[in-house]
Design a protein around this ligand. Structure first.
Ligand code: KG4
Ligand code: ZN
Length: 387
């Protein structure tokens, strides 16, 4: 995985991610141009993602081959506010989206003529941010007459696992942990999900972000706690790991977050200085243990020997290490996307869209952004989708 980065004048980071360095790995020929021939049954999808603070476009062939993957990250712009400001995110998406789509096509060596379908995240996410991607995708579909495929953001995260693991096929268990979601899911088939556990309160990423703010690490919390924890003692504090009596696969992180806040307040009152690194490491350990414990238990009890992780928190170093170890000890094959494919990107949307496209899913131009779109329960009739 090679990442070319460029910080633009407005602070936005423009990234082009290349899978491997060999031309043929990306489907490109010796001139760098992808073979766009249509009669070989290949499906080439232009995918767009703008649900939060990353504007992204990618070209993906047959769901697993990434011809280009462009991410324009606004993280630096939101850092001064301590979190994502939805209005700023929407405005930046408007400024960046055309450039991202153009770059994605040009890096793939293709034009819109070579694309079989346009895919876009239509939920869940920030409504103003989603609308930018949805409008862009609809405009392209209308102008070119190409089919339009709406993708659920979390299905995208799960599908990121297909990109680097060409052999991975459902069924498998997937732990989806992002800024807005913590779901334990059985991926029964492509696009078919059974949710067996979810958070009762904060999402795992949200807990990372809130704790990071409380201990003065700032935004974005996840990567900062990940880094700080490497210098800390995970046994310094014993934080609670919530168990939900009537739903053993559900999560709850609000008690853990409160426990961290209590320790910080206590230390303040007693005039003691707390080690950021120790709090970060102990908090992270508590989260990682719960996530890993639930996921392994689900595999064993439901009888699956493949476990994948997905979403921004899946890039956490401690979680990846612990999962790897526990999976090995329990004879479970462990799948995880590269960190840059765990956080928001459009390649994962192109991967998910391929399987929807193959099933015949087509959305009408009345597609709308659905900020609280539930996983595995897409009410296509409300936004013009047909199966
Ligand atoms: O999937 P994502 O990029 O966006 C959403 O769909 O929410 O996830 C973002 C979340 C944030 O809460 C961020 O703090 C967290 O993922 N995150 C991490 C790490 N990198 C990102 N959490 C823990 N460790 C990390 N290394
Ligand atoms: Zn996401």
């Amino acid at each position: 995985m090679q990442i070319d980065k460029n910080v633009e004048d407005d602070g936005v980071i423009f990234m082009s991610i290349k899978e491997g360095t060999e031309g043929n790995e990306t489907g490109a020929d010796a001139t760098g141009n992808a073979d766009a021939s249509k009669d070989n049954g290949d499906v080439t999808i232009l995918a767009i993602e703008s649900s939060c603070d990353e504007t992204a476009a990618a070209v993906v062939r047959n769901g697993r081959e990434v011809l280009s993957n462009i991410i324009s990250s606004q993280i630096a712009l939101h850092t001064v506010y301590g979190g994502v400001v939805p209005e700023i995110a929407s405005r930046k998406h408007v400024e960046k989206i055309n450039g991202c789509v153009k770059a994605a096509l040009s890096e793939a060596g293709l034009t819109l003529d070579d694309i079989d379908a346009v895919a876009v995240t239509y939920g869940p996410g920030l409504v103003g941010a989603l609308l930018v991607g949805v409008s862009e995708a609809k405009a392209i579909a209308f102008a070119t007459g190409k089919p339009l495929v709406g993708v659920h953001h979390i299905e995208g995260h799960i599908s990121a696992n297909f990109i680097e693991n060409k052999e991975l096929e459902p069924p498998f268990v997937c732990l989806v942990v992002s800024g807005g979601h913590s779901h334990l899911v059985v991926v029964k088939d492509y696009g078919e999900y059974e949710i067996i556990g979810q958070t009762r309160d904060d999402a795992a990423g949200e807990a990372f972000d809130k704790v990071a703010r409380a201990i003065g690490l700032g935004y974005p919390g996840g990567p900062k706690i990940d880094k700080a924890a490497r210098e800390g003692n995970p046994e310094a504090f014993s934080f609670p790991q919530a168990k939900i009596p009537d739903a053993e696969y559900d999560f709850s992180f609000s008690g853990l977050k409160s426990a961290v806040l209590n320790i910080i307040n206590q230390a303040k009152m007693q005039g003691q200085e707390l080690s950021q690194a120790d709090v970060a490491a102990s908090f992270q350990k508590a989260v990682v243990e719960v996530l890993t414990g639930h996921a392994i238990k689900a595999c064993k009890e439901y009888g699956y020997d493949k476990l994948a992780i997905a979403g921004g928190v899946a890039s956490n170093t401690a979680l990846r290490e612990r999962m790897e170890k526990e999976c090995a000890a329990n004879n479970i094959r462990f799948y995880r996307p590269s960190p840059v494919l765990c956080t928001d990107n459009a390649a994962m949307i192109g991967a998910a869209a391929y399987y929807e496209y193959k099933k015949g899913v087509r959305f009408g131009l009345d597609m709308n952004a659905v900020p609280n779109l539930p996983l595995g329960d897409r009410e296509r009739r409300f936004h013009g989708g047909r199966v």
